[in-house]
Write a protein that binds this ligand. Sequence first.
Ligand SMILES: [Zn+2]
Length: 863
Amino acid sequence: MLLKAIVAVVLSATPGAPVPADSLMMPGVSRELAADRRARITDIRYELSLDVTGTDTAAGRLAMRFMLTGAGDVIVDFRGVRLRRVRANGATLSRPEYNGHHVRIPASAVGVGSNRLDFEFDSRIAPAGASIIRVRDPVDSATYLYTLLVPSDAQQLFPVFDQPDLKARVVLRLTTPTGWTALSNGGRIRVDSGATVTTHVFAETKPISTYLIAFAAGPWATRTSAKSQRPITLYIRQSRAADVDADSIIAQNDRGLRWLEQYFAYRYPFGKLDVLLAPAFPFGGMEHPGAIFYSEERFIFREPPTLPQRLGRTATIYHEVAHQWFGDLVTMRWFDDLWLKEGFATYMAARMQASLEPASGAWKSFYLRNKPPAYAVDASDGTTPVWQELGNLDQAKSNYGAIVYNKAPSVLKQLNYLVGDDAFQGGLQRFLRRYEFGNATWQQLLESVGEAWGQPLEEWGRAYILRPGMPVIEQQLEVRDGRIVRLALVQRPARSISGPGAWPIRAEVLVAPATGSPIRIPVTLAGDTTVVAAATGLPQPSWVFANADDQAYALVLLDTKTVDFLERSLGTVTDSFQRAMLWGALWDLVREAELSPDRFIRLALRELPRETDEQIAAGILSRLTRAFGAYLSQAGRSNRVADVERVLLGGASDSSGSYGIRRAHLDAFVRTAGTPAALSRLDVLLDEQSIAGLPLGAPTRWAIVTRLIASGAPGADRRLAAETERDKTPEGARRAFMASAARADPAVKRDYFARYFADAELNEDWATASLDAFNSPESRTLTIAYLRPALDSLPWIQRNRRIFYLGSWIGAFLDGQVTPDAAAIVDTFLASNPGLAPDLRLKVLQASDELRRTVTIRARYRE
Ligand SMILES: [Zn+2]
């Protein structure tokens, strides 16, 4: 009853605003409005004064200067709390037309040439749903503020031309309580301190897009590093200042900047650089020019990090640093080309890592981090092209996801391989110089690279940027009398959404003889079937793999001879990059329901004890826990549970293993422990505080408590209370909130689900973090009732939550389910909502693909 009531509130809270007669004034920023302004407005300057000494409201004044090259009304975006006064060229507009989204400045009040508009207004400060995020520290009660305006929330903060191709110079004056410090894009040039309030004045910026404007204010602690060549200041809240390894974070930002200055042959364009570790930050990082914000939670390790955690943090730093050129210096013209900045930032981060830390296995990390999520979406019915059409900026959030973050860098890797290193680098240098402090499109990028290469890339662009979906390459191997008779690579689209036809692919095939190194054979796949002529006559190989070094963007389906060999001897493949990809290819066969999950689990259990590569072990363990927890039937799990728990606990307890391998086993054991014996072992671990000499840090302790709560283990409540008492840090409070969400209790689920919508004080980071626990496997019979309400709330979430929340939300609810009943709920939802926005329909199709595969696998392999 309450549940339905909640959903009703959700759906009626923001009824679709009536569309004004004038389409330029409609909510968001339509492409028509953007084009109109782009054609007539130049040389923009914002002089912004904000007083953030209030609790919930910032009082603002803005002087906006610009040149107008054509007559007509000027439409300014603003959806803050209140607009108090508008003046145009000195004259007050007595009743400006304002509809809560835009202000119309009539043509009579502005003219061709230079103009000045003045605004007085209020904007909101809140823990969630506002452009100024307020975080209250539970330890010392200090308040911290920071902004997050991407993709189109600058208009929530102040009256603005909120589109990426109207770059502006910005001057900010920020009034805060005395005792606070502040940072922004520009350097701080003056601080005027009074008894109670202080005004911080920042230097004028270079021309930047509005979504990149940022500031933070609060009693931040600051850190600098003597090892950094460039002065970089790190900001961190007081209560976490002792925990941060500032030297290494600053050093990596510094090294990244210097490496990119060389690679791009272009100096860092924004003067100073500050980095902020933002508490409860909903993203991993945000690339504001001169003021990069990172997630505090992901950057402070509360127990020694594993290699994937360390590499993940490095990759985030390099990604945001690369954005200073790709995104900040040259910006996409419109958010349809979002991939241009995100794809490059991720790809350049990997290149940087490969060059700066050659022993780190950067391309193996790139494969492990990007290909599985890219293929998971791109081989679903909900996939989109890399370039995603966008009619209105208020839909831009939907363009974020695996296609721009994981597929785009992967197709750039294929492009780099196709044109070679020199042409790729030369093309990028040309592109950055040509469009510096301006905007560009994907066609302009390919034009620059194509010029450097000496060949046009239009056809390549049509295949990889405009065409949705991805190729599947099936290996066909015929052997007779100990020799290869025919090796063919048969290409087809993963889904019919792509239409017919082959992708142009440049790759290398690995043919591994019984002894010695694999032979590499370069191939160009232009049609449906490519016969690898150079393989004919070679001795029968142990295995074949069609994507050496992961240069191609394609899902490779192994031939049966290769599968048979790998099932017997995968551990004998000594090259760790090759081994990582072969594990991935076997897993892809499981997801295609062509290899039974139990066979995969048995192979994983056999190989784990001898796997020495931390990243590969972590990958095997995450697949093992998915296969065991979701793909096996109840009976299958019962058959296998003792083996699984024994191998995981054995790996965690093996004091001869490396720290990272042991931690990965322990984490997997905590995720899967289900038998009374395993749960009681976890319970005891909390007292022992270590396992065979491996100390248990706070994150592991919290994961154990969460598992005990989810399973309803005896004494779980006592453990939760004790851990809450023991960990009084802000992170402790967050973990306690997450742990409680796991409780398989109808009243708890009802309460949490209601709070996700109605609790204005609950910040998004906490909500996101609790979604997996809410949907824990032990709660499936309870949470299936929330699947439909969770789907029904998608339009509300899209309007009211930040970029990545929607994906986390829908993924958690769908991945938590495994039955045909759950799949039927999704089908009914889609069928009964013909008016669902197309972007949301695609998100549902993307996110439900794993559920559909799970149902298929469980139906096919009932062991
Ligand atoms: Zn990014």
